[in-house]
Design a protein around this ligand. Structure first.
Ligand code: NDP
Length: 343
């Protein structure tokens, strides 16, 4: 079984050279292997949070089940979709398609209790959607926007990393809720996509702005009501400075800090107090109670052409390291995936 691992702990920006491909026989996860499910991985998800597991000193995220620290040489668990090739678990049969915690590897031995679900054969969508728009990214966007931001029609919404996996879905949910939406992203191509293909009211390239605070004043002359924060640092500070009374900030991610420990957001607390702003972090997996609503609403939007999924798919296990490093350079447009095999 070929798998991707880190060669050493990563400090700062990752590069393809921090990783290597190794090979090892499949080992049973349970003592006799009698309840294991062996999955041939078809698509694996490439997610920014993985970098926080690859540092020598990781933060409090160690306490979060999906973000346990990795050691050089270890296999790397990651969301994926695949096909069952052998099963000792009565719930899963050979050849069934499944989604869950698999790994950056050809095959994963899934032990009982690890998140694994059958893909609903009534949902006639591309398999890759179960990692993006109908998977963890979609749930993050849906839960963060509806449960945390609690939008009202006509409110003004800013989304950062807006052309990324979570961001492009948040903007579309916001438009469907009757909000005014501006996205910020790191290239001209992304800005055009947001405005021309995804229906954002406006978008800008934050790399071309010397002062993001005054840029936000231009894009939101009447202030911001909701900021869906994927990046942290200066953009969060600027959003809070431009926020209306009772504004909400959903802190989804802080990618600028994942590779640069100095990038801390320090929004002005006087603004927070007098404008009664709520700044709330969240994790998608605390919102599983709305999972069924999320799947039914989102699949309906896709079927009726009201939502689009942007995907960016590389081919082959050997492309995982560069696909991952590319997240931190802004190479990806939409959900970054690697396809390892065909059904
Ligand atoms: P994306 O698809 O958005 O990929 C990351 C994007 O972030 C890049 O394409 C790049 O776009 C942008 N970026 C990279 N480095 C920087 C930087 N230094 N400053 C500003 N932008 C940067 O990833 P996801 O949609 O999967 O994740 C988005 C965020 O949400 C991440 O922070 C992630 O950790 C978080 N997340 C949180 C979850 C939760 O439960 N709370 C669940 C899933 C994700 P650009 O070209 O615009 O710079």
């Amino acid at each position: 079984n070929k798998y991707v691992t880190i060669k050493r702990f990563i400090d700062g920006l990752p590069s393809g050279l921090d990783f290597e491909l190794r090979s090892a026989p499949l080992t049973p996860a349970t003592p006799q292997g009698s309840e294991d499910v062996i999955v041939k991985n078809l698509f694996v998800s490439i997610d920014p949070y993985q970098i926080n597991r690859m540092k020598e000193y990781s933060s409090s995220q160690e306490t979060v089940e999906v973000a346990r620290r990795l050691l050089p040489g270890q296999r790397i668990d990651a969301f994926g979709v695949g096909r069952v090739v052998a099963s000792g678990n009565a719930e899963f049969k050979r050849d069934e398609l499944v989604a869950g915690m698999l790994g950056w590897e050809e095959y994963t031995v899934v032990r009982p209790g690890v998140m694994l679900t059958k893909i609903d054969s009534n949902l006639d969508f591309p398999l890759s959607y179960h990692l993006g728009i109908l998977g963890p990214s979609g749930l993050t966007a849906y839960a963060g926007f509806y449960d945390v931001c609690k939008p009202k029609k006509g409110e003004k919404v800013l989304v950062s990393a807006a052309c990324g996996s979570v961001g492009h879905l948040v903007g579309q949910f916001a438009k469907l809720s009757g909000c005014y939406v501006v996205g910020c992203a790191g290239s001209k191509k992304k800005v055009e996509l947001l405005k021309e293909k995804l229906g954002f009211d406006d978008a800008f390239n934050y790399k071309e702005e010397t002062d993001v605070k005054s840029a936000l004043k231009r894009y939101f002359p009447d202030g911001i009501d909701i900021y869906f924060d994927n990046v942290g640092a200066e953009m969060q500070e600027a959003a809070v400075a431009n926020m209306n009374a009772f504004g909400r900030v959903a802190v989804c991610g802080a990618i600028s800090r994942y590779t640069d420990a100095g990038k801390r957001a320090a929004p002005d607390m006087i603004d927070v107090i007098y404008k009664r702003i709520t700044i709330r972090g969240f994790l998608a997996y605390d919102h599983l109670s709305i999972y069924d609503d999320f799947i039914s609403a989102t699949s309906d939007h896709i079927r009726h052409g009201r939502m689009q999924s942007l995907e960016d798919i590389s081919q082959g296990l050997e492309s995982v390291p560069s696909a991952f490093a590319g997240l931190f350079r802004g190479d990806n447009v939409g959900k970054k995936l690697v396809q390892l095999a065909h059904i």
